[in-house]
Design a protein around this ligand. Structure first.
Ligand code: TRP
Ligand code: MN
Length: 451
């Protein structure tokens, strides 16, 4: 355990982005309840993810971190979870097959509820309301009552995370993720599209490869890695009381783990070196991510690496750049160089979504597929120039046929946005755009001479 750290030591530091709970007693009761519940994940699983990420930091694997911007209490069903998994598996198969290295699969799922906000209030029409902070805090309905933070929601988020994770475990270990089902993951609305056709071709090649292996005498039936996958969970560790309540001491090693998810990340708005979020996460044994924007300085990044990973453990720290399509190449290069020179083994991942958001002429928040690809392209270029490995992508997507991001193979337009704009927070890629992105990423990396 690092010096001076305990699961509660963050409480002595300034914590930004915490809701104003109306009653401290109610909050305490909810947190005590959660603290008495079973952990959602185990320390050993977090360590497995850390080993997988160590492979990414060494350039031998690729990280796919994907899922909702914010999970919803309303949109909570087996269908929704299965469809999201389906796209993640399809993207993973495309990446694994095209890059020829394992894809580490991490969902923004089973706990990704809390949202940081740029302002504590927002205007809806003439009404000035407390901002919506995710279903774990309040309700998005634009009335003053709905926006009051309610600690019972913390408990509900725990239960929703538990049943989501239960289904994720069932789907990933119970046959759904079997490689013999590559064709079956294609949904109807994807299959008929150009990227769907491309996927079908790749799936056919995988079928042939499996048949070839069997013909050669390989016992594919009894090789469990062909039938199962590990899909890990992650979310932004924003509400520190909730994270503390799920932080448990590992009986095997004595270390503390935040058992709300396998991996936790720190957002761009909460990454103050002297703040509560960094204080909390520096002491837990999970793999940790930190978002870094275009204005991030070399000094900051070096200090961040030092604070979050003083022992320089490979896989412990993932730096997720979210710099914008126009800025990423020039802003990232000095950071890649400095961190490499300092000998810090980090995973470099690209969040090509958050710095490319704008409000369309129809008033809806959106992102253009082309900008997302351009940011990944700049990210890959920066790594090629500095001789580092573009380790992964971090994206917001859904398995549903939504119309939230512009462009893609269907070329969604501003007029299309109205049709199925369903997100409770940021615009997500739909299943087709996700698949399209996986092909695009694989091509960018390969054409840069990496794989
Ligand atoms: N278990 C391997 C892996 O996770 C192979 C695999 C099985 C796989 N099913 C998959 C890969 C689905 C991607 C998607 O890589
Ligand atoms: Mn988001």
């Amino acid at each position: 355990m690092p010096t001076g750290w305990s699961p509660t030591s963050w409480r002595a530091f300034p914590a930004v982005q915490q809701p104003e709970w109306p009653d401290e007693g109610d909050l305490d009761r909810a947190l005590k309840q959660i603290a008495s519940y079973p952990p959602l994940v185990f320390a050993g699983e977090a360590r497995s993810l850390q080993s997988a990420l160590a492979q990414v930091s060494a350039g031998n694997a690729f990280l796919l971190q994907a899922g909702d911007c914010a999970e919803s209490f309303d949109d909570f069903s087996a269908n929704n979870i299965r469809e999201k998994l389906r796209v993640i598996l399809q993207m993973a198969v495309v990446l694994t097959y095209s890059l020829g290295v394992p894809t580490v699969k991490v969902g923004r799922i089973a706990g990704q509820f809390a949202k940081p906000r740029s302002s504590s209030t927002e205007k809806v029409g003439d009404l000035e309301l407390p901002s919506f902070r995710g279903h774990i805090v309040n309700d998005p309905t634009p009335t003053p009552a709905a926006r009051i933070p309610d600690p019972d929601r913390l408990v509900q988020a725990y239960h929703q995370s538990a049943s989501t994770l239960n289904l994720v475990r069932a789907f990933t270990k119970g046959g759904f993720a079997d490689l013999s089902r590559v064709h079956a993951w294609t949904q109807e609305f994807v299959g008929t599209s150009p990227e769907g056709q491309r996927y079908e071709q790749l799936a056919t090649e995988i079928d042939r490869a499996l048949r070839f292996m069997r013909a050669c005498g390989v016992d594919t039936e009894n090789t469990s890695s062909l039938h199962e996958v590990d899909v890990y969970t992650s979310h932004e560790a924003l509400l520190l009381g909730y994270e503390e309540a799920l932080t448990r001491q590992d009986s095997l090693t004595g270390g503390w783990y935040d058992c709300s998810a396998h991996m936790l990340w720190i957002g761009e708005r909460t990454r103050q070196l002297d703040g509560a979020h960094i204080e909390f996460l520096r002491g837990v044994g999970n793999p940790i991510g930190c978002k870094i924007g275009a204005s991030t300085s070399v000094d900051f990044v070096l200090e961040l690496c030092q604070v979050l990973n003083p022992a320089r453990v490979p896989g412990r720290l993932t730096l997720i750049s979210r710099m914008g399509a126009d800025k990423v190449e020039s802003a990232l290069r000095p950071l890649l160089r400095a961190v490499t020179d300092a000998g810090h083994p980090v995973v470099w991942a690209c969040d090509p979504m958050h710095a490319n958001t704008f409000t369309s002429s129809s008033g809806l928040k959106t992102r253009h597929f082309d900008d997302i690809i351009r940011e990944i392209s700049g990210f890959v270029n920066a790594h090629r120039a500095e001789g580092t490995w573009p380790g992964g992508i971090h994206v917001e997507l859904t398995g549903d046929n939504v119309t939230e991001c512009l462009g893609g193979a269907d070329d969604l337009t501003v007029e299309d946005l109205d049709h199925r704009y369903q997100t409770v927070c940021d615009p997500r890629l739909n299943a087709r755009q996700g698949l399209d992105l996986a092909f695009g990423v694989a091509e960018l990396i390969r054409s840069s001479g990496f794989a």
